[in-house]
Design a binder for this molecule. Structure first.
Ligand code: GLU
Length: 418
C-alpha cells in the first residue's frame, strides 16, 4: 500500500475533476469538499487484566443535505482523522449516486481488534456508542459496519443507545443481526452490488462475463461474496488474496472452498485448489478480464497502475486507486466502475433495513435483492448518461457529476440559514 496518497486529498481531487463539468458555483463546491463536523474523542477502557488503555476515535458528519448522515464505523490501526473525513465524503456521494435519501458520515477507532478479547471489544464499542450518542439517531446519523466491524458491534451499539435513551429505536444503526432488527441480504449486499455493477459494465462494453477471468484482492465480506456471486454468474475466479498473500489457478478455483480454507486457517494461502502463491501486488497486476480490489484504500498507486493488466476494474473497496493511479488506468483505457457505485449495495440495503425498522415490517430476501438490483442498474444508467453526454474519459468523474449535482441541488433548494 502506498504511504503517499492522503485519502482526503484524493476525495477533494475527485470532486474537482467533476466540478469542471458541473453548473455549480465554486462556493458550493467548496462546501461540498469539507465535512460539516468531525468528532475526535479518546476512549479509556479497562483491559481484562485491570489496567486502563486509551483509544483515539472519530466520527465525521460530512453532509446531511439529502438526509441523515450515513456510514460505517471501522476498527483498524490505520484509522486517522483524514481517512475518516475522506470515507465520510465518499459516503455522501455514494448515497447520492444511488439516490437514496441519506447523507454521508463515517467513524473509526484506532485499534487492531485481533489484539483484544471479545469482552474488551464490547467495552470499547459501548464506550464509543456512549460518546457518539448525542450526535446519532434514526433521523440524525445512522452508523453501520465497515472494516473489522459487523453484526456483533452493531447489536452492542443499538443496545447501548436504546438503554441510555430508554426507548426502542432499531433504525439508529444498520447492519444488525436478523434477530436484532437486521435485514435479509445485508451481509451479502456489498458483494452483490459489486457483481451487478460488473455485469452492467460488461454489458455496456459488449464483453462476455461468461468465462471472463477474475482476480479479487481482499477476501473479507465484500471480496469473498463478490467472488462467490461472480462465479455463480459464469465467470472464472482465477486469483484471490488477503493480507497474508494470494492464490492463483489459471483454470479457476471454487471461491467458497477458498473461504472455507480461510475460515479454518486464517488465510486463503495454502488452499489446495491453488496452483501457485502470489503476492498482493501480483494479484492486482494479473492479466485478467476483471479486477476487483476489495481491501483498503490506496491499494493501487501510480507505479503499480502501470503494471495493471485488467480490462475492467470494479471497486468493492473504498478508494482503492490513488488519483495518480486513476490517471494511468484512464490512459490505458481500463474501464473503472467507481467504489461509490460498485460497493453501494451495502448502504443501499442499510437503507432498506432502516425503512423496515421504521415501519416495523420486514421484507423477504427476494424483495431486498430485487430492489437492490433496480437501484444499482438505475445508478449505472445515470453514470453512463453523464459519461456519454459530457464525453468523459473516466466513469468515476461521471459518477461524481451525477452525485455532486444531486447534493448541490438539495443544498440550494433548502435556501440559506444564518
Ligand atoms: N461501510 C459501508 C460502506 O462503506 C456501508 C455503510 C452503511 O451501510 O451505512 O459503504
Amino acid at each position: 500500500m502506498s504511504e503517499e496518497a492522503n485519502p482526503f486529498e484524493s476525495l477533494q481531487s475527485q470532486i474537482d475533476d467533476a466540478a469542471a463539468y458541473l453548473d455549480v458555483g465554486d462556493d458550493v463546491i467548496e462546501r461540498l469538499k469539507h465535512p460539516e463536523r468531525v468528532l475526535e474523542t479518546n476512549l479509556t477502557i479497562e483491559r481484562d487484566d485491570g489496567t486502563l488503555e486509551r483509544f483515539k476515535a472519530f466520527r465525521s458528519q460530512f453532509n446531511g443535505d439529502r438526509g441523515p448522515y450515513k456510514g460505517g464505523i471501522r476498527y483498524h490501526p490505520q484509522v486517522s482523522r483524514d481517512e475518516v473525513k475522506a470515507l465520510s465524503g465518499w459516503m455522501t456521494y455514494k448515497t447520492a449516486i444511488v439516490d437514496i435519501p441519506l447523507g454521508g458520515g463515517k467513524g473509526g477507532i484506532v485499534v487492531d481488534p485481533d489484539d483484544y478479547s471479545e469482552a474488551e471489544l464490547e467495552r470499547l464499542t459501548r464506550s464509543f456508542a456512549k460518546e457518539i450518542r448525542p450526535m446519532i439517531g434514526a433521523d440524525r446519523d445512522v452508523p453501520a459496519p465497515d472494516v473489522n466491524t459487523g453484526q456483533r458491534e452493531m447489536n452492542w451499539i443499538k443496545d447501548t443507545y436504546e438503554t441510555l435513551e430508554n426507548t426502542t429505536e432499531p433504525g439508529v444503526i444498520t447492519g444488525k443481526a436478523l434477530d436484532s432488527g437486521g435485514s435479509e441480504g445485508r451481509v451479502e449486499a456489498t458483494g452483490r452490488s459489486t457483481v451487478l455493477a460488473a455485469r452492467e459494465a460488461f454489458d455496456y462494453l459488449d464483453k462476455d462475463l461468461q468465462g471472463a477471468t477474475v482476480a479479487v484482492q481482499g477476501y473479507g465480506n465484500a471480496g469473498w461474496i463478490a467472488a462467490k456471486l461472480i462465479d455463480e454468474m459464469g465467470a472464472t475466479v482465477v486469483a484471490a488474496s488477503d493480507s497474508s498473500g494470494g492464490i492463483h489457478n489459471p483454470d479457476g478455483f471454487d471461491p467458497v472452498g477458498a473461504k472455507q480454507h480461510k475460515n479454518e486457517t486464517g488465510s486463503v494461502v495454502g488452499y489446495d485448489e491453488s496452483e501457485e502463491e502470489l503476492t498482493n501486488d501480483e494479484v492486482l497486476t494479473l492479466d485478467v478480464d476483471l479486477l476487483i480490489p476489495a481491501a483498503l484504500e490506496n491499494a493501487i498507486d501510480e507505479d503499480l497502475a502501470k503494471d495493471v493488466n485488467a480490462d475492467v476494474v470494479v471497486e468493492a473497496a473504498n478508494g482503492p486507486l490513488t488519483p495518480a493511479a486513476d490517471d494511468v488506468l484512464e490512459e490505458k483505457d481500463v474501464f473503472i466502475v467507481p467504489d461509490i457505485l460498485a460497493n453501494a449495495g451495502g448502504v443501499t440495503v442499510s437503507y432498506f433495513e432502516w425503512v423496515q425498522n421504521r415501519q416495523r415490517f420486514y421484507w423477504s430476501e427476494e424483495r431486498v435483492n430485487d430492489e437492490l438490483e433496480t437501484v444499482i442498474v438505475d445508478a449505472f444508467d445515470a453514470l453512463v448518461e453523464a459519461y456519454e453526454e459530457n464525453d468523459l474519459e473516466n466513469p468515476r468523474t461521471a459518477a461524481y457529476v451525477v452525485a455532486i449535482q444531486r447534493v448541490a441541488d438539495a443544498f440550494e433548494e433548502a435556501g440559506s440559514w444564518p
